[in-house]
Write a protein that binds this ligand. Structure first.
Ligand code: CS2
Ligand code: MN
Length: 357
């Protein structure tokens, strides 16, 4: 594996490449062109400029998170052909710039959903949290309004204000899309992009739905072992792969994370590793990465990744806000750096133990 951190780009991220470079063991970043809209073609020039900037800091681009999918593709409307063609062109440009891993998601309307961006914990840190009761009581159109005040002035991934202004219309467009239709639209998209992925060896890595169940009545499919394996078989090409995000699959306590990892051997191209602390099955908060701070056994998760021979990029996922840092919720420097170091420590121990037999 290669330890990486997510970086949103100059002008969007409060964390600098120089700071990331100083986190021990981190050699790459997972980045994006944050100001492009879903459906837009990424030009080769812009990709090259991003690459040059990252490389000048002594790091390199380990993959893209995300090239977002236009709603027309998820809905399956006639204009999807144009958006798929644009996506292929973006992949072509990424491939020509020697970038080989692309993370994306197939969630309708909202990307991840949390009900609080700054829940205070006993140690004074703040974390993202989710309570089902709050979602049930909320009008989806107000969701964006209700959380944006806690975002420390940043634009949250997947929650771009321009899109959120049209939430009502978006819901309307998805009204005939059920789980089966969404799945068929995903397969349709993947079949169309596989040739360019094969040509440039680009590994597509789908991010799970977060939380791993339907919210506001919208269909959600990347939620458990059965569905993800169905997707892997439907398009049985190594370039159709997975971002294994422990914090997203882990929202459903019925998902056995190490078992899921083992069942996806050879198809995990990217890993997000973070912990959650459950206060009840439908109230959780994003704790520190350490096993003892949350509900997951992080050692078992890392060991499963090690045992399947995972060799792609891995990153700490959301971190807590600590030491008075002001940053995009989940994406401060300090707690993610602690997370990266902890995950590297687990990996070193697992590796040495395995080698000593
Ligand atoms: C990420 C997702 O910040 C996060 O929760 O894990 O936003 C992820 O980047 C996207 O779903 C992938 O397209
Ligand atoms: Mn994730």
């Amino acid at each position: 594996m290669e330890m990486t951190m997510r970086w949103y780009g100059t002008g969007f991220d409060t964390v600098t490449l120089k700071q990331i470079r100083q986190v021990p063991g981190v050699t790459g970043v997972i980045t994006t062109l944050y100001d492009t809209k879903p459906g837009e073609v990424w030009s080769r020039e812009r990709i090259r400029a991003l690459k040059d900037e990252v490389e000048a800091s002594g790091l390199h681009i380990s993959g893209i998170e995300s090239v977002n999918i236009h709603d027309a593709i998820k809905i399956g409307s006639p204009d999807r052909e144009q958006y798929i063609a644009n996506y292929i062109e973006t992949l072509e440009n990424l491939g020509q710039e020697d970038i080989h891993m692309v993370c994306y998601n197939f969630m309708p309307v909202f990307d991840w959903t949390r009900t609080e961006l700054a829940r205070k914990r006993p140690d004074g840190s703040t974390v993202l949290a989710y309570t089902q009761a709050a979602v049930d009581a909320l009008d989806p159109e107000k969701m964006f309004e209700s959380i944006k005040g806690d975002a420390n002035g940043s634009i949250l991934p997947g929650w771009e204000p321009e899109r959120m202004e049209h939430v009502k219309e978006l819901f309307e467009m998805y009204k005939d899309v059920d789980e089966e239709k969404l799945f068929a639209n995903l397969v349709y998209f993947l079949e169309k992009i596989m040739p360019v992925c094969n040509k440039y060896d680009i590994k597509m890595a789908i991010h799970p739905d977060d939380p791993a169940w339907s919210v506001f009545g919208l269909p959600r499919i990347i939620i458990n072992k059965e569905n993800i394996l169905r997707m892997m078989h439907a398009v049985d090409d190594v370039h159709n792969g997975v971002t294994f995000c422990s914090g997203s699959y882990g929202t459903n306590l019925e998902n056995d994370l190490p078992d899921m990892i083992r069942s996806l051997k050879g198809r995990i191209h990217f890993a997000h590793v973070r912990n959650l602390k459950f206060n009840s099955p439908d109230d959780f908060e994003e704790s520190a990465h350490l096993s003892s701070d949350g509900s997951f056994d992080m050692y078992e998760i890392m060991k499963a990744l090690y045992e399947i021979g995972f060799d792609g990029p891995i990153r700490p996922d959301h971190g807590r806000m600590i030491w008075d840092e002001v940053a995009m919720p989940g994406y401060g420097l300090y707690d993610r750096a602690l997370g990266a170091t902890y995950l590297n420590g687990l990996w070193e121990a697992i590796d040495k133990n395995a080698k000593r037999g």
